[in-house]
Design a protein around this ligand. Sequence first.
Ligand SMILES: Nc1ncnc2c1ncn2[C@@H]1O[C@H](COP(=O)(O)OP(=O)(O)OP(=O)(O)O)[C@@H](O)[C@H]1O
Length: 305
Amino acid sequence: MTEAFRLTGLVKRFGPVLAVDRVSVRVSRGEVVALLGPNGAGKSTTVDLLLGLTAPDEGDVRVFGGTPRAALDSGRMAAMVQNGFLLRELTPAELVGLHRSMFRKPLPVKEIYARSGIGEFAGRRCGKLSGGQLQRVRHAIALAGDPELLVLDEPTAALDVDARRAFWASMREFTGGGRTVLFATHYLAEAEDYADRVVLLRQGSVVADGPVGEIRADVTGRVLRAVVPGASEPALSALDGVATARVQGDRAELACTDSDRTIRALLREFPGASGIEIAAAGLEEAFLALTAAPDAGTRLQEVRR
Ligand SMILES: Nc1ncnc2c1ncn2[C@@H]1O[C@H](COP(=O)(O)OP(=O)(O)OP(=O)(O)O)[C@@H](O)[C@H]1O
């Protein structure tokens, strides 16, 4: 498969803050990739570097073999960024027209309206639109040049549940024809439902990169839930095969790397444990384990290199 973009050894510092720390990611055409991570993990900075909005201190960005600027100017790459600026006095229809005029082969207006859902308020000034409607306008503008690569930073942050579903249904159709999408998100379910591949960031570094199913299976294995009177999180975290432990009252939830060892250790250390259930871990557990346990992330990266 041919390459859509490549980030190589990217480093970005803001004064003493290392926002992006040697990030290398290569994405092929047709992939839908989620960039997932907790607050401050470096998602927006990585997106800005990919778009060429900020220059890396070290490393290199190639988009379709050229610079981000060239890909943006030709319309091959387009973006929807958080709180992207929109002229309040203009209407969505005018903005779409303006953006279409910048490209040689823009997407037909009808298709832009249908995909972004701006039809019902296209003639109203942007200053009068709600946050969710403005987000749809940003979506429409991103589609104007009929891009092959869409870069979305928290695209559904301002949308309600229905609008979020409609957004992803439209995006799925859009990517059906082999287009590439990179989206940054906080929503684990969104990454799980819509991405082929997840790149997990923690403190500026990639701690996991792979298909959602693989990350779930390889990293955390399973989740063990039990009633464990008197147990503390540190005591449970120290058990064999436990990546992370959460305790609420008497109920404990353990993300396990080896649930067989964990169950034996649990019953040895806490003979009063009861109601034990073991389930396949969700992406949420993988996310928590990877973003909480530096060793787990390092190990996984080593395995994948
Ligand atoms: N312009 C800036 N000046 C100083 N520090 C910055 C700047 N931009 C980002 N940072 C810092 O870099 C780190 C990464 O920030 P970034 O916004 O990339 O993370 P994020 O994963 O997108 O977070 P969020 O999900 O909260 O948007 C944070 O510690 C942030 O405070």
